[in-house]
Design a protein around this ligand. Structure first.
Ligand SMILES: C[S@@+](CC[C@H](N)C(=O)[O-])C[C@H]1O[C@@H](n2cnc3c(N)ncnc32)[C@H](O)[C@@H]1O
Length: 264
């Protein structure tokens, strides 16, 4: 089922300080440079409609939050929400999380990472597009500071267990802890829109907190042009090589996922 296009943000809003194209970021990229006030930086991967970013940044003004969202319409929607709320401690990057985490971010720069309801990519031949691959989790372990937490929530039990097994295989995380969901106090009192939708439908959610162990990461920042998420191909299939390279625009950093089979 193709996704409904997201609502457009109010055209009167200036999105320029909240919305950043991945292709415009330097390499390496220190995420602290995005914020006026110093503070720990947390990253949300696949921010969707931006409920987590907006509520987390509002609740913790002394921390800084970045979302990375591959779908341009959603990245704009999120930026509109952050701008409308006047949040100086939150930003959204439009592009592929695999590229950001695997290639641009330096070691131990994040105080937390959040992956909520990642696309399940049901078909076996599309599984390599899943964000929570072992390659991505190695890089996630590299960019997280010791004792920082990676939060993984999903409504797909098989993906949950596969992600935990992949995290264990990296050797960079403590054994997972189950996370509790609180009782909502109002209609939007959920971690994300997908959590709201899943719980209102009476369906189960699997939640884990993975603490980055103090073990040294032997993995290095990748210089490969391919994304560690096995990033989805661009919608147009004209060119067989959509990867960035010398003299090529870094278009794949912002390639939208094909609507079919991501499972959402
Ligand atoms: C199923 S939605 C969940 C959205 C949100 N986390 C929630 O729980 O409501 C998955 C989101 O991840 C985004 N996404 C998928 N692959 C991505 C990638 N490689 N980099 C960044 N965002 C990605 C999709 O565009 C989509 O918005």
């Amino acid at each position: 089922m193709p996704r409904r296009p997201p609502r457009k943000p109010d055209p009167r809003l200036d999105l320029s300080s909240h919305l950043l194209p991945l292709a415009a970021l330097p390499e390496p990229f220190d995420p602290a440079t995005l914020f006026r006030a110093a503070g720990p930086v947390e990253l949300e991967v696949g921010s969707g409609k931006g409920l987590f970013l907006t509520s987390a940044a509002t609740a913790a003004p002394d921390r800084n939050f970045i979302g990375v969202e591959i779908a341009h319409g959603y990245a704009r929607l999120i930026a509109g929400r952050l701008a409308a709320a006047g949040l100086a401690n939150a930003r959204v990057i439009h592009g592929d999380a695999g590229f950001l985490v695997g290639r641009l971010l330096p070691n131990a720069c994040l105080a937390g990472m959040h992956v909520y309801f990642p696309d399940p990519w049901w078909k076996a031949r599309h599984r390599k597009r899943r964000v929570l691959s072992e390659g991505f989790l190695h890089q996630a372990g590299r960019v997280l500071a010791p004792w920082a937490i990676l939060h993984v929530w999903t409504d797909v039990e098989e993906y949950f267990h596969a992600a935990l097994a992949a995290a264990r295989a990296t050797g960079l995380f403590e054994p997972p802890r189950e996370e509790e969901a609180g009782e909502p106090n109002h209609d939007l009192d959920y971690r994300t829109h997908f959590e709201r939708r899943t719980r209102l439908a009476g369906m189960p959610v699997w939640r884990a907190a993975l603490v980055r162990s103090p073990a040294a990461a032997t993995v290095v920042r990748t210089t490969a042009t391919a994304s560690v998420t096995g990033s989805p191909p661009p919608r147009t299939s004209g060119s067989p090589d959509h990867r960035p390279g010398p003299g090529r625009p870094r278009a794949d950093r912002a390639a939208p996922p094909p609507a079919s089979d991501s499972g959402r």
